[in-house]
Write a protein that binds this ligand. Structure first.
Ligand code: CTP
Length: 400
């Protein structure tokens, strides 16, 4: 399959052209998932759309079956491109205003993918100041447009507002997908993420509160930028980016072995919260409680995965560590930069009050030998995207 599209069919007479668009897209090996608005379903039937798409059609934000099979957030991100055809005045207004009262508008608000709109409406509606402004707002936010064209309309009037023809929409889709940035194509990346579990006996282990979210977000951003990405992950409960090569591990020693087996790579990013120590001995049976003595757990030091790889003869060109600190964040990060022979250390404050450990947001400082860059508090996905942009700049410069 060349790419996956999410096609939102709004309510307009031009909706019939969208059925032809689905057929042409399928012929060209695109996967098409259709969302039909309530108004759209007045013009084309769900049955025709699903027969052409070869998949069920999604219609209702509150349908339990739809939500159970695939949540609306996942749906909004399941495609490489979201196409709205016909994009009615109503859908454009909702999207510009950030409304999310139905499935189509919720997807447009929740998606992190590029959006292409093919407007279709009466000429007066298209020329109305409200629609002009909505189109300008959407364009400014990066929404792509194809059409509308001029001509005689179904309502009998003449002017701009006719939806672009399926062939034109198809060309715009191909252009939008080609234009997608893949600055890390050909680059190999390694990411460690999550906690490690260090067994004490068959039922107990030492662990920490890492959720793996930041590492998974970085792996996702790397994949999107075209990098061949391996993700070595401790036990977490989040979904990995589909295109990353996932290696699941439990202990620090397993994580090191997995990383070593994946070398050489061009860039390695160590986000895992590796346990510094493990129980020196693992009991074969569950340790029992005895009235007379509380067991003392002797610890042994774990290998430092980052330091080992940064000093190996297969050292990646760019080695990035994380420093999770609760005090003197920048000073500790600078020390780690030297001690672990990293190129950059991403420092963050994980004091309990910050909500960073396990949360969705992160405030980081990029500590390099030539200076420190501090970013505002961002969603962890955005931290991933920005970091990947920096990686692309750096590797690009070195290659040039
Ligand atoms: N790290 C690693 N292997 C370890 C410990 C840490 O690869 N055994 C990596 C982490 O993935 C992170 C960086 O080293 O990129 C720093 O981790 P952190 O826990 O902040 O540092 P420590 O070396 O454990 O130092 P301390 O706990 O004393 O702050």
């Amino acid at each position: 399959m060349r790419a996956r599209l999410l096609l939102i069919i709004g309510g307009g007479i031009a909706a019939y052209k969208s059925l032809d668009l689905i057929r042409r897209l399928r012929e060209r090996d695109f996967g098409v998932r259709v969302v039909l608005t309530a108004a759209g379903a007045e013009f084309v039937t769900p049955l025709s759309a699903s027969a052409l798409a070869g998949e069920k059609v999604f219609r209702d934000l509150f349908s339990l079956t739809d939500e159970a099979e695939m949540g609306h957030i996942e749906l909004s991100r399941s495609a490489d491109l979201v196409v709205v055809a016909p994009a009615t005045a109503d859908l454009m207004a909702k999207s510009a205003a950030g409304l999310a009262g139905d499935l189509a508008s919720t997807i447009l608000l929740a998606t992190d993918k590029p959006v292409l709109m093919a407007p279709a409406m009466n000429v007066r509606m298209w020329e109305h100041a409200a629609t002009r402004q909505n189109a300008a707002t959407l364009r400014q936010r990066g929404v792509l447009f194809v059409g509308p064209g001029e001509g005689e309309m179904a309502c009998g009037e003449f002017g701009a507002g006719r939806m672009a023809e399926p062939g034109e929409i198809l060309a715009a889709i191909e252009q939008a997908l080609d234009g997608e940035q893949r600055p890390l194509a050909g680059i190999r990346a390694l990411v460690t993420a999550g906690p490690t579990f260090e067994p004490l006996d068959p039922v107990r282990y030492l662990a920490n509160r890492s959720s793996g979210k930041q590492g998974y977000a970085i792996a996702d951003a790397l994949v999107r930028a075209g990098a061949d990405t391996a993700l070595v992950s401790g036990p977490v409960s989040i979904t990995p980016p589909p295109a990353a090569r996932l290696r699941r591990v439990e202990t620090a020693r397993e994580m090191l072995a997995a990383c070593e087996s994946l070398l050489p790579v061009d860039v390695a990013i160590f986000t895992a919260a590796v346990a510094d120590w493990r129980p020196a001995a693992v009991a074969n049976n569950k340790i029992k409680k005895h009235a007379e003595a509380t067991p003392a757990i002797a610890l042994a030091e774990n290998p430092d995965i980052l330091a080992t790889i940064a000093q190996s003869n297969k050292r990646p060109a760019l080695v990035i560590g994380f420093a999770a600190e609760t005090e003197n964040v920048l000073a500790h990060a600078r020390e780690k930069l030297e001690k672990k022979a990293c190129d950059w250390v991403i420092a963050n404050d994980v004091s309990p009050g910050t909500g960073i450990m396990g949360g969705d947001r992160n405030a980081v400082h990029i500590v390099r030998r030539d200076g420190i860059e501090s970013w505002p508090e961002l969603d962890k996905r955005e931290v991933g995207q920005r970091l990947v942009a920096r990686i692309a700049e750096t590797l690009g410069k070195r290659a040039a």
